[in-house]
Design a protein around this ligand. Structure first.
Ligand code: HEC
Length: 281
């Protein structure tokens, strides 16, 4: 990313009229979600909440029409088909993923990431898949390997299409993980000293080079994406891309920082429908 553009964006930044990100003792995940929504719907009263699942496309009718046309015959269908084969291929012991994930792996993605009290940490859907693999004598996949974990989830997540996001944050440990993710979201980082919120809250709907900036709400429902039609990108890989944009060293995928960030971020989309494997520019 061009530094000049970033600097122009920074100087043009309006100050936030609301206390988003301020550590208030009373804030709960639900009040945080409401506060984000209030910010966006006040700024853009004509954009419907249900359209936030389309990200930046919600602000740009022409790009949305292009997206709809591409989604009729997705150019990445063969990759998702490979994911289906991986999903259906039995492990060496004859068991399948559907045998060890809740509800046969269907309509569950909206429950993840979840806080696992026994493990004392956030578990992503990728972690649940790996737990299933190791319980059946298979090696865990690397969470950042697009050929294995990425491709598998590009199909597996479609089994939850239409499910409403339902992230629960209950108990002090889960709340601490959520708060840690929230802190990451609002902390300035990198040489350019930007927080996630600097762009996706303060500058939502503004143009950064050729791209409109999407709202935080709705961002987690549609992963992985296929950028340019065939380049599979998972949610945490996208986080890493955004860290790099501001010249920050991204935390490792699958580590506590990233998982807690995904936990907080996903809870903000509670109630919105999931739809996996979509096209992005
Ligand atoms: C310098 C501005 C900037 C910062 C800071 C930034 N992003 Fe982004 N982000 C973008 C742009 C531009 C895009 C591409 C357009 C879009 O979809 O919003 C994007 C895209 C995304 C997307 C994909 C949205 C979609 O629907 O495809 C996610 C998720 C995301 N950012 C999360 C984050 C997180 C988490 C952070 C903090 C670690 C962050 N971003 C920091 C500018 C930024």
């Amino acid at each position: 990313m061009n530094q000049q553009y970033i600097m122009r964006l920074l100087t043009g930044m309006a100050s936030l009229g609301i206390a988003l990100g301020a550590a208030t003792a009373q804030a709960t995940p639900e009040s945080d979600r409401q506060e984000f929504i209030k910010h966006y719907t006040t700024k853009y009263p004509n954009v419907k909440l249900e359209d936030y699942v389309y990200g930046a496309l919600a602000f740009d009718a022409d790009s949305k029409a292009q997206y709809d046309a591409i989604m009729e015959f997705p150019p990445y269908e063969s990759q998702v088909e490979n994911g289906r084969k991986m999903w259906e291929t039995p492990f060496k012991n004859g068991k399948k993923y559907a045998d060890c994930l809740p509800n046969g792996g269907k309509q569950i993605a909206g429950n993840y990431p979840m806080f696992d009290d026994a493990k004392g940490k956030v578990v992503t859907l990728q972690d649940a898949i790996n737990d299933c693999r190791t319980a059946n004598g298979e090696e865990a996949y690397k969470v950042n390997d697009m050929k294995t974990m990425g491709t598998l989830t590009s199909y597996m997540r479609t089994l939850s299409d239409g499910m409403l996001v339902n992230i629960k944050v209950e108990g002090p440990k889960a709340t601490a993980a959520y708060e840690d993710g929230k802190k990451s979201y609002f902390s300035r980082k990198g040489q350019l000293n930007f927080a996630c919120s600097s762009c996706h809250v303060q500058n939502v709907g503004s143009r950064l080079r050729s791209e409109l900036i999407s709202p935080t709400v709705g961002q987690t429902v549609h992963w992985p994406v296929f950028r340019g039609g065939d380049n599979l990108v998972t949610l945490q890989q996208r986080y890493q891309g955004c860290y790099s944009q501001v010249r920050a060293v991204p935390p490792p995928q699958g580590g506590t920082t990233m998982n807690n960030l995904e936990y907080f971020h996903s809870a903000l989309s509670n109630g919105l429908p999931m739809k996996a494997s979509v096209f992005r520019k």
